[in-house]
Design a protein around this ligand. Structure first.
Ligand code: AMP
Length: 359
């Protein structure tokens, strides 16, 4: 960390957050606990974070006048959404400290750059090839084999922009379905389980990791995270080492999520880095004294990191679409904490809230 960019925000200060979804909402609540105000910048009116924040600027990410006013109203800036245009972060960096850095955001926004970075650290991923043309796709299938996942290079999340392919025909159709946008072909990984590590790195380079959670997805969307993950101590140690190494190599400040596949021999492949607080870390609100959200606020505000120790085992379940209709029953369920994000319509696939059950 360049010492010029170090910044301490004390209680009474203001943190600016780019993005106004549920992650911003839970960050704002954690900041409030430390006596720090949150100011949200988001293009959508009525977004989940705006309802719990001291300040709200509603405008486009390229509105330089509003971005300038936002920067002057806050002490430090962070993001809750990895697809913030890099130019927005760059514009703000010239006005106030932005954590994580533009470089970290850019790497995580592009699946090719991300995988090249991870492999450059000597860390395994699924085999992959960049695909810009149909010829690239044919070559990639010849190299990797027909069983794969075709993903857009940019702007994918929750399984969107990705298709399982099993032959050149299904792959070509999937590529056409992406409007021939730049893509990456990954070999399909027959993993034993999926885990993630929530890692925090402070402005001073200190690293703290939460225990890995074990994740269950359906249709590309996270359904459930259970801690502890059912992995050996050696695999756990390796997962924490990998997450810490990646955070250090990115000169990262804040919390990030590192998703990994656990193979049958206990070895790990990194699937994805999320440069923000992460859905698989929501259990830390009830399972730890210091949640991932408070840890992120502490890191970007230059405050001492808290202990990531887990005091309880936990299961976090997302409430997706009309799952949220069960809110009254969930409120009446002993040992279950209910979080609702105050989103309007419960559309299919939309994350409306979550529960954490302590075990
Ligand atoms: P992603 O959007 O890359 O995080 O992918 C969402 C989910 O799709 C992952 O958590 C996995 O369950 C599955 N997935 C993604 N890539 C692969 C792969 N190469 N092999 C097997 N499953 C995958």
């Amino acid at each position: 960390m360049n010492p010029d960019h170090m910044k301490t925000v004390k209680p009474g200060g203001t943190i600016g957050i780019l993005g106004g979804g549920q992650l911003g909402r839970m960050l704002a609540l954690a900041a409030a606990r430390l006596g720090i105000d949150a100011h949200i910048y988001c293009p959508e009116q009525d977004c989940p974070a705006s309802h719990v924040s001291a300040g709200f600027s509603c405008s486009a990410y390229d509105d330089e006048r509003r971005l300038t006013a936002f920067a002057s109203a806050v002490d430090v800036i962070t993001t809750e959404f990895e697809n913030i245009p890099a130019n927005t972060a760059r514009f703000l960096t010239n006005r106030k400290p932005v954590f994580p850095s533009v470089k970290a955001l850019e790497i995580a926004q592009d699946r090719v750059d991300e995988k090249a970075f991870i492999n450059g650290q000597g860390i395994a991923t699924a085999p992959w090839r960049r695909v810009d043309t149909l010829d690239d796709l044919k070559e990639a299938l010849a190299d990797i084999g027909p069983d794969g996942v075709l993903k857009t290079r940019r702007l994918g999340y929750d399984g969107k922009g990705q298709t399982r392919v099993k032959s050149i025909e299904t792959a070509a159709a999937a590529f056409a379905g992406l409007d021939n946008a730049p893509a990456v072909l990954e070999g399909f990984i027959d993993f034993e389980r999926e885990i993630s590590v929530i890692v925090a790195r402070g402005q001073d380079g200190e690293i703290r990791c939460y225990d890995p959670g074990e994740n269950r997805h359906a249709e590309g969307i996270l359904r459930e995270t259970t801690v502890p993950a059912n992995i050996s101590p050696a695999t756990r140690d390796n997962a924490l080492r990998i997450a810490g190494q990646l955070a250090k190599a990115l000169d990262y400040v804040g919390v990030m999520g590192v998703e990994m596949f656990v193979m049958r021999d206990g070895s790990l492949k990194v699937n994805e880095i999320a440069p923000r607080v992460h859905n698989t870390g929501h259990w830390t609100i009830e399972g730890c004294a210091i949640s991932q959200f408070e840890q992120h606020i502490r890191a970007v505000c230059g405050l001492p990191l808290g202990s990531p120790a887990r005091h309880s085992d936990a299961v976090m379940t997302n409430l997706i679409g009309d799952d949220v209709d069960a809110w009254q029953t969930l409120l009446a369920t002993p040992g279950t904490a209910l979080h609702l994000y105050r989103k309007g319509e419960a559309r299919p696939g939309r994350k409306m809230g979550h529960t954490t059950r302590l075990l």
